[in-house]
Design a protein around this ligand. Structure first.
Ligand SMILES: [Zn+2]
Ligand SMILES: [Zn+2]
Length: 323
């Protein structure tokens, strides 16, 4: 199990290396393009390949891309869905060039009036097209926090979606602890955690689970509110995370926190997760000190790009620097 964070790229993909080191991440998730814009990744193939080599040379572990917020693979509007598939496919292409391990795409939401069977078929058609562009990377379908028209926020719903995709080999599962808790999984107790992952096993999905988004929840269980907070400071709590991190299905995963704040906050959350998982804290032979790039950690760019990422916010994308 590698534990890391969603890190800012600060002016370009290479910034992710400094960011990951600064918070002692052993895995990272990044945006491939502006998370609040339709523009596809603009990075040139040579630069992307060079970044991939530098990432691997730094020994930083799994690297995941997250699709921009606008992507909705189940949109009831055909034009919106086509744009979504196009942007997600472009993100997969970047992942292939970099050599990233996977691309996270939300399971999507159909219109409230869309019949469920149709919503699943539409989302499945989108996913097949996106996964068709992947050769090595996994397309990680992230379960959502529920809400009107949500296609998959539980494991049985993901099973249905995966079957509708013909069990495409490149499709995998990303579970966000805050989202699971928001739809009612009792991740705040050892018994609830066991019941949750036993359901995953019963549905024969444990091998598909590759990424855990480790986020505590600001709202009580079942509130259907997607609001992330620091590990141990929300309703899931440290006991909940200790149980989550000891489950065999989770032990095989890459764990990424998407908690708010700066790199120091990520470092603290990663250290907490490692302690709760019973893993040693990674120490660099030369502990990272504040470098010029680190001093930018409190600039608006940095704050914007480390905000909780699984729901759109009203923050302007003006300050984001495209990769
Ligand atoms: Zn998430
Ligand atoms: Zn997400």
């Amino acid at each position: 199990m590698r534990i890391g964070a969603h890190v800012p790229t600060r002016g370009g993909l290479f910034g992710a290396i400094d960011s990951a080191r600064a918070c002692r991440a052993e895995a990272a998730q990044i945006w491939g393009s502006n998370p609040r814009a339709w523009a596809p990744p603009s990075v040139q193939a040579d630069g992307a390949r060079e970044f991939g080599r530098a990432w691997r040379a730094a020994g930083l572990g799994p690297l995941i891309l997250h699709c921009p917020y606008m992507v909705n693979i189940a949109s009831p509007t055909a034009a919106f869905r086509r744009r979504s598939v196009h942007l997600a496919t472009a993100t997969v292409a970047l992942a292939e060039t970099i050599g990233a391990d996977g691309v996270v795409v939300h399971a999507g939401a159909a219109g409230a009036s869309t019949e469920r069977g149709r919503a699943v078929r539409v989302a499945a058609a989108s996913l097949r097209a996106i996964a068709g562009a992947a050769r090595h990377a996994s397309v990680l379908v992230e379960l959502t926090a529920g809400g009107a028209g949500s296609v998959a926020s539980t494991f049985p719903e993901f099973r249905e979606l995966l079957d509708a995709c013909g069990r495409h080999p490149r499709l995998a599962l990303c579970a966000d602890t805050c989202h699971l808790f928001a739809v009612g999984y009792a991740l705040d107790s050892a018994g609830g955690v066991k019941a949750c992952f036993d359901e995953l096993r019963r549905l024969r999905l444990s091998r598909r689970l590759r990424v855990i988004h480790a986020n505590d929840s600001k709202f009580p269980r079942g509130a259907r509110r997607d609001s992330h907070t620091h590990i141990g400071q929300g309703y899931i709590g440290k006991a909940g995370f200790r149980a989550i991190l000891s489950d065999p299905a989770v032990r095989r995963c890459t764990v990424i926190c998407e908690t708010p704040g700066k790199l120091e906050d990520h470092a603290r959350n990663i250290a907490t997760l490692k302690r709760l998982a019973g893993l040693s804290i990674r120490m660099f032979s030369n502990p990272p000190r504040a470098r010029p790039s680190d001093r930018r950690a409190s600039t608006p760019e940095m704050i914007a790009s480390t905000s909780p990422i699984c729901r759109p916010t009203s923050r302007s994308a003006r300050t984001w620097k495209p990769a």
